[in-house]
Design a protein around this ligand. Sequence first.
Ligand code: NAP
Length: 537
Amino acid sequence: MDRARHSDVVVLGAGVSGIYQIKRLVDLGIDAVVLEGEDDLGGTWYRNRYPGCRFDSESYTYGYSFSKEVLDEWHWKERFSSQPENLRYLNFVVDKFDLRRHMRFGSRVERMAWDDSARHWHLRLSDGSSHTARFVITSLGPLSAPTLPSYDGMDAFEGEAFHTFFWPAEPVALEGRRVGVIGTGATGIQVIAEIADKAAELKVFQRRPNWSTPLNNSPISDAEMDEIRGRYDEIFANCAASPGGFEHVPQWGFWDKTATERRAFWDELYSQSGFAILAANFAEIFFDETANRELSDYIADRIRGRVDDPAVAEKLIPTDHGFGLQRLPLETHYFEAYNRPNVELVDLRETPIEHFTRTGIQTSGAHYDLDLIVYATGFDAITGAYDRVEILGVDGTSLAERWRDGPSTYLGVLSHGFPNLFMVAGPQSVSGSTNFPRAIETGVDWVTDLVAYAFENGHSRVEAELGAEQEWVNEVIRAHERMLFRRSKGWFTGYNSNVAGHQEGSVRYQAYFGGAPRYRAKVDAIAADGYEGIQLG
Ligand code: NAP
């Protein structure tokens, strides 16, 4: 007999979004529980324990804004806080509001099916138990489905090997060991820079190089933290007004300056911290190929100035996409790592990996003996976490099937045919393209209001109208097509060489690039209008 537990609302995932989501629901007195597959809370900051893992948003723009007490009590120690500290922060917030008792860990949902007559979701968990819920809110995270390459012989390797997402909690010995890192995205760049002086030998297996600029991290003193606390209202107002959810704001005016003035401006931005070089730059760099090329040339010169061997420098400079047209990794002494005698860049475009062996990696040029292989090979971004749960909507329609060629959502929150399923930071919302917590607060608040509205007005079935959804998808496509990155190969555009249907040539409109203020104005207007485009039954 199926002895399913029931909650009015089930939240999937106890990461940054799930924590805030359960807080809002509990405050409203709604019967809700978080189901989390991992053994503890924290989501991305629980899992990604690799050396060098840290924010690349300023810590004080990343933290939650909803509680004055949290803002007053928490002291960020670094401008770009590291993973252990970020996990402590999330635990601090959860403990402060006693939210842990609303979370069930080790509870991975494998399948959820909509029952249209009962008007609830039926969830099956990996431990065999079941749960029913009137509403399901997914807080699955955009980068929570790691992907591995599929080279011949990977299983034959007898050394240690793992994806960065599964970097063990217990210390991993690097001293005296020969380490190979595959992948030079934001993760690879952080881990390479951090372990270059620790491993005996470090081989970096790079396919396509990425642009990267200095993070310029620094400690935050007590006095500076006091100043930040006094400025929190202003900080969050600035973030709310900017397209990317940061304090940095892009300015039009590239063509109003001379080339010399532009270089002076970029010198200044290059020495600033975080995403300033991207988000406080001329807006034209995202739309105008000539502007983007000039900036790319500038950054290329910076790389040449930091890498001793000119041949290695050229290999580290992207030639297939302009600066900022894939998600920009930020770095700390990354380029200088290649000046070390124990670090070697293996260019996989010149000498591709042929297969793995018991003792290492064979490329077309050489065999590399390794003790540890680190896969920094990225994620099936934004929709991957949804594909990994079997989600069956009205008439048993599979969400993965419906989204096979790319997601289709209304506002990044609902998908037609899947009633009472609300996605926080979902596909085609603004969260994939902006400072994540700023966007999730928008998402959580909006979803919470919708759930409260449904309860207050006795609506037991909430579904996006197909026409409204199609209009939103068109708006997502229009915003995407305006930007230069539409032609680049990164997770923004759904590219992942290791996932069928996401490879070269396929474009998936996975995130809304119209900017956070425009997104917020849109969703707020829809709520104010009695949830236009949503069927409430
Ligand atoms: P990623 O940007 O997708 O990079 C994956 C890397 O692995 C790429 O260099 C890719 O090369 C390489 N790769 C994949 N499959 C390969 C294969 N079969 N053979 C050789 N190389 C292969 O993934 P990520 O670095 O994990 O970053 C993902 C996102 O996570 C970031 O963009 C960022 O949004 C987020 N992140 C954030 C932070 C932070 O906030 N501080 C830190 C880390 C990550 P190709 O380009 O040639 O495919």
